[in-house]
Ligand binder design. Structure first.
Ligand code: SF4
Length: 102
């Protein structure tokens, strides 16, 4: 039993996420950002909202994604649903996030 379960302390989200593992499907990212000049406000916000830190802003002002480490929360999919800036699919079976429970 850990401290959080004993009520002796708290566990940070980052520490919980670190327990998960991720199997990369090389060359087949499950999320792609479509080519753009200027990102929508929603897509730009993903550089701060993604819990796994998958989104970055390039020096030339485009949003880029590296889906390695994605926890498949779907936030980016919802935020960009009306803009159509992402191609979002679940990873192939056996790839992607491997959650550790408990
Ligand atoms: S699904 Fe969630 S974790 Fe994955 S890239 Fe989108 S916001 Fe990040």
């Amino acid at each position: 039993m850990n401290d959080a379960m004993n009520g002796k302390g708290t566990v940070k989200v980052e520490e919980k996420l670190y327990q998960n593992r991720y199997l990369v499907d090389a060359g087949r990212p499950h999320i792609r950002v479509k080519p753009h000049q200027t990102p929508s406000r929603g897509l730009l916000a993903m550089t701060h909202l993604c819990p796994a830190g998958c989104y970055n802003l390039s020096e030339s002002g485009q949003v880029e994604v590296s889906a390695d480490g994605c926890v498949e929360c779907g936030t980016c999919r919802i935020v960009t649903q009306t803009t159509g800036e992402l191609e979002w699919n679940y990873p192939r079976g056996g790839f992607g996030v491997l959650y550790k429970f408990g």
